[in-house]
Design a protein around this ligand. Structure first.
Ligand SMILES: C[S@@+](CC[C@H](N)C(=O)[O-])C[C@H]1O[C@@H](n2cnc3c(N)ncnc32)[C@H](O)[C@@H]1O
Length: 234
C-alpha cells in the first residue's frame, strides 16, 4: 500500500495554499456539481440528531459543517479542524452566520482534543491528503466516544474497467482545467496521483479494523469514483 507523496513535507500544504481561493469553484467544475450530492449522501447516511458533537477533520472550506448544521437546525456544537490556515479562513468566511463552530488549525494525525470527546467524526476528501493514514485513523478512534461513529468520504477505486478507462481519460484533462480556472496545473497533477495511489475500499476497511473500529462497511457512489466508509467505536 502506498502513500503517494504523503511523506513529502509541505507539498500538500502548498497545494491547498495555491487553490484555496477557487477551491469551491473548481470542485463544482471538476465534478459537475456532483461533489455536493456525494457530501449530501454522507449526511443522509449519518442522519444526525441535534446535540450530537461532531468533529469534521480536513474541513477545508466547510461544506460538511454547513450541511451538518443545516440538518440539525444549528442545534449542535461542532469542531472543524484543518492544518491549512487559508482553507480555514475561507470556511470561516462562508460559515460566519454560525456561532457554534470551534475552529482548530491542526492535522488529522494530532488532534488537540481529549479522548472520547465526540459522537461523530467526519473526514471528506481529506484522508488521502494526510501524512500518516494509520495515525489519522487511530486519532479518529481516540477522539470518538464509545458508541461514536466514523465517516470517511474519499476518492476510491472504480469497479467497472470500461468506466475506469473513461474516467482516466477525463482525469488527464483536470490539470488543464486547473490551469484555466485556478491558474495552476500542479495541484491537479497531485490530485490525480494521490487518487491513483490511495488505498482501495477493502484496504481502508482493513486499516479501520486494525485501529479498533467495528461494524465497518463502505458504500460506493458513482460506480466507485468515491466511497463512504463507516465504522463504530464500541
Ligand atoms: C480536498 S480538501 C477537502 C475539504 C473538505 N473536507 C471538502 O470535502 O470539500 C482536503 C483538505 O485536507 C486538508 N489536509 C491536508 N493535510 C491534512 C492533514 N494532515 N490532516 C488533516 N487535513 C489535512 C487540506 O488543508 C484541505 O483543506
Amino acid at each position: 500500500m502506498q502513500q503517494y507523496l504523503q511523506n513529502k513535507k509541505g507539498l500538500v500544504q502548498n497545494v491547498f495554499d495555491q487553490v484555496y481561493d477557487r477551491y469551491d469553484l473548481m470542485n463544482d467544475f471538476m465534478s459537475l456539481g456532483i461533489h455536493r450530492l456525494w457530501k449530501k449522501s454522507m449526511l443522509n447516511m449519518m442522519n444526525p440528531s441535534a446535540k450530537l458533537k461532531l468533529i469534521d477533520v480536513a474541513c477545508g472550506t466547510g461544506d460538511i459543517a454547513n450541511l451538518f448544521l443545516k440538518h440539525v437546525d444549528k442545534k449542535s456544537e461542532i469542531t472543524c479542524i484543518d492544518p491549512n490556515k487559508k482553507m480555514i479562513s475561507k470556511a470561516k468566511e462562508k460559515l460566519k452566520i454560525y456561532k457554534n463552530i470551534n475552529w482548530i488549525i491542526a492535522p488529522a494525525e494530532r488532534i488537540p482534543a481529549q479522548d472520547n470527546s465526540f459522537d461523530l467524526y467526519t473526514i471528506s476528501f481529506g484522508l488521502r491528503n494526510t501524512n500518516n493514514l494509520k495515525k489519522s485513523l487511530s486519532e479518529a478512534f481516540r477522539v470518538l466516544r464509545p458508541g461514536g461513529r466514523f465517516f470517511c468520504l474519499e476518492f476510491s477505486k472504480i469497479q467497472n474497467s470500461n468506466f475506469n478507462l473513461i474516467y482516466k481519460k477525463y482525469s488527464e484533462l483536470l490539470p488543464l482545467i486547473g490551469k484555466f480556472i485556478v491558474g495552476e496545473k500542479q495541484p491537479y497533477e497531485y490530485l490525480i496521483k494521490s487518487i491513483e495511489n490511495f488505498v482501495n475500499q477493502e484496504e481502508l476497511i482493513d486499516l479501520m479494523k486494525k485501529e479498533g473500529f467495528e461494524k465497518c462497511f463502505y458504500r460506493n457512489l458513482s460506480g466507485g469514483i468515491v466511497s463512504i466508509h463507516s465504522g463504530w467505536k464500541i
